[in-house]
Design a protein. Structure first.
Length: 187
């Protein structure tokens, strides 16, 4: 008997709640859900951009490391120049991260002006590759001692396209920059 009374009370309460709704919840949901959906899509695409940036930064570090190595064990046997070693290392890192290495490029005007260790003149990119700018024998500043050390610089750009409907970022192509410097080690 008591169970029956509680069930009837719950049924009456539920009916009253259903009857009291005037559609305000539906209107609120219609206003809030698209905004929430856009925020979620934005979080996803900015996360993808951050992942891509991290990947190309790591690829630039691998390229700089391969360029200063006297012998590159991870490079192909035909790669014997620092620029070829750097390009092979960068492409390998991008392929491992499932990014397309054919999208690599650099713009000559955006290459850092680094001075030569030998005579102080500005070192241009190695012309053997148009995908990655490799500058060998450049003066780098040593953070610890404050003096200049000799090393190699690797820089390039990688395109990233946002897809964020109803915003100014929709189908916007941006160029992510990656650069790394590695000092020459003397043995």
């Amino acid at each position: 008997m008591q169970w029956q009374s509680m069930r009837n009370s719950l049924r009456l309460t539920f009916r009253r709640l259903v009857a009291d709704t005037s559609g305000a919840e539906v209107a609120e949901a219609a206003a809030v859900l698209p905004l929430m959906f856009m925020i979620l899509i934005g979080i996803f695409w900015f996360g993808q951009a951050f992942r891509t940036y991290g990947t190309i930064t790591r690829a630039a570090q691998d390229g700089a490391r391969a360029a200063v190595a006297p012998v590159c064990t991870t490079c192909s046997p035909s790669a014997s120049t620092p620029a070829a070693n750097a390009l092979t290392a960068v492409q390998s890192a991008l392929v491992a991260a499932k990014l397309d290495p054919t999208n690599l490029h650099y713009i000559p005007g955006l290459v850092p002006n680094l001075a030569s260790c030998a005579d102080g003149s500005v070192v241009a990119c190695d012309g053997s590759t148009t995908k990655v700018c490799v500058q060998v024998g450049v003066r780098l500043s040593d953070v610890v001692t404050g003096s200049g050390v000799c090393g190699t610089s690797v820089s390039f750009q990688y395109p990233y396209q946002f897809w964020l409907p109803f915003t100014s970022l929709n189908k916007q192509l941006i160029q992510l920059n990656a650069a790394s410097q590695q000092r020459l080690e003397t043995h």
